[in-house]
Design a protein around this ligand. Structure first.
Ligand SMILES: Nc1ncnc2c1ncn2[C@@H]1O[C@H](COP(=O)(O)OP(=O)(O)OP(=O)(O)O)[C@@H](O)[C@H]1O
Ligand SMILES: [Mg+2]
Length: 466
């Protein structure tokens, strides 16, 4: 039954999906296999259909195969990372979601949707390996200090408004503490900049600074990256230190921490509380001394309410919490930021822009800057590239800002213009009232002063309710 259902109705759609899709019956026999799954496994669909799943994936067992587990238990497995050797011996890593197919309360098969993350995994592991190499190689140590991972200092954080001065004072005063720091604020407000500056002002400044973005990396992959792996713990696993081990003595910056899965957040909390880390699949543990700094771009209360961050982890990580004000709350810093970025991009692009026109600056001061300092920086970079002469004008700004400016101006003009009849009526009404006051309510005399026929005035008095 399930066989014909798939053949007739859904297979055509599934052929065009860029994820691997397998359907097996209750005996583990493959009954459907889309084109993408066939590519993943490097096997012809005709060769696979009708054969048992373990024949096609010889490196899996009834215990490790998610499909067979789902058929046995009837319970879905969501977003599970699996590494296997395909039919031709290549190690493939996928993120799988496997769901039982149930009819008349009986499990009649299972469907598995697989996303290929082999390349993503290779690249992220390469980054970890390079970081390990960089940290261990004596010759590179000096270079690390110069070109190092944490490149910004407090002097690079521009802003002299009271709100910024206080932020910098607070950040500087906590730089020597080992307590975790959480920077929160809208995108482009300088969270990463501030975290760098704190590390560079701390006693750990000559120790590693390692940054890891937690968004868009599958849970199990991120787990291996953070805590390390041991050879043989799963297919394709190597002996690799995690970022905790690599950052020992220094700082680990976890960006977009609220994107991390709750499960991994729980594991992270344990590592932070105990200061010990265990590589995935290992039995022994390593003591680590790492200062954790994190950043989130949403309001922490929102993140807590939506449960994108576990409250136990949140309270641990936000021992020191620093709010980055959006640019619209510190407009008085805009001029100074503009000057700073003009200098920066003049040097970088070999230009000699001297100033910003008054109208462009007026616009800068009234614009809301949803992308904050990053948006301002790129607007100036773009303008310096195309400005003619020595001044940045409205016309040298990025196109989307010019459009915004034009629309806004039209809206303002519209708001000040009222229909002519409305204004005329208002003036008429005022003049009639004055004339009547002057003639003590004598309509004939008032009409003479206004130089209109008496009947017309009579009519208008009625109209304006005088
Ligand atoms: N106060 C500042 N002074 C100078 N440059 C700044 C300042 N704040 C931010 N920038 C610059 O703006 C850009 C964005 O900053 P950063 O990456 O620190 O922002 P973020 O808050 O981490 O943003 P996101 O949430 O998008 O990751 C960087 O190029 C940074 O150098
Ligand atoms: Mg950032």
């Amino acid at each position: 039954m399930i066989d014909s259902l798939f053949k007739e109705n859904i297979s055509e759609i599934l052929e065009h999906i860029e994820d691997g899709i397998h359907v097996v019956d209750s005996n583990g026999k493959i009954i459907y296999y889309n084109k993408f799954a066939a590519q993943l496994d490097n096997i012809n669909p005709e060769e696979a259909i009708g054969r048992h799943i373990l024949e096609i994936y010889p490196s899996l067992t009834p215990q490790t195969s998610t499909i067979l587990r789902v058929i046995r238990t009837g319970e879905s497995i969501l977003n599970y990372e699996q590494s296997f050797r395909n039919y031709r011996g290549k190690v493939i890593t996928t993120i799988n979601t496997t769901i039982p197919i149930i009819a008349n309360k009986k499990i009649i098969g299972a469907v598995e949707i697989s996303k290929d993350i082999t390349e993503v995994k290779k690249l992220t592991q390469k980054v970890v390996d390079l970081q390990a190499e960089l940290l261990s190689d004596e010759r590179l140590k000096k270079r690390r200090k110069e070109s190092s991972q944490a490149v910004y200092n407090f002097a690079d954080i521009i802003g002299t408004t009271e709100i910024m001065l206080k932020l910098k004072r607070d950040a500087l005063s906590v730089s020597h503490s080992p307590s975790p720091v959480m920077a929160y604020g809208e995108t482009g407000t300088g969270k990463e900049l501030l975290i760098h500056a704190i590390h560079n002002a701390s006693q750990r400044k000559d120790k590693p600074f390692i940054a890891q973005n937690c968004a868009a990396i599958p849970e199990t992959l991120l787990e291996g990256i953070l805590f390390g792996t041991v050879k043989g713990s799963f297919t394709g696993a190597e002996n690799r230190p995690g970022l905790f081990e690599l950052a020992d003595g220094g700082t680990l910056f976890l960006d977009e921490i609220n994107s991390m899965s709750p499960n991994l957040q729980a594991k992270l909390l344990r590592v932070i509380q105990d200061n010990i880390v265990r590589r995935v699949g290992d039995t022994k543990v390593t003591y680590v001394d790492v200062r954790i700094m994190t950043a989130i771009s949403t309001d922490p209360r929102d993140a807590l309410m939506k449960k994108t961050i576990r409250d136990d982890l949140f309270y641990r990580l936000s021992v020191i919490s620093l709010r980055m004000p959006p640019l619209k709350e510190r407009q008085d810093d805009i001029k100074q930021l503009c000057k700073y970025f003009i200098d920066k991009y003049n040097k970088m692009l070999d230009k000699n822009i001297e100033s910003i026109s008054d109208s462009a600056m007026d616009f800068f001061m009234s614009y809301a800057w949803p992308g904050n300092v990053r948006e301002l920086e790129h607007a100036i970079e773009g303008a310096i590239n195309i400005a003619e002469g020595v001044e940045i004008t409205l016309r040298s700004l990025p196109y989307y800002l010019q459009e915004f400016y034009k629309k806004n101006r039209q809206r303002k003009i519209k708001a000040t213009l009222k229909p002519l009849t409305e204004t005329v009526s208002k003036v008429e009404s005022i003049m009639i009232e004055r004339a009547l006051r002057q003639t003590a309510g004598n309509i004939t005399k008032a009409a003479e002063i206004l130089k209109i026929p008496r009947q017309t005035l009579q009519y208008k008095i009625g109209k304006y309710n005088k």
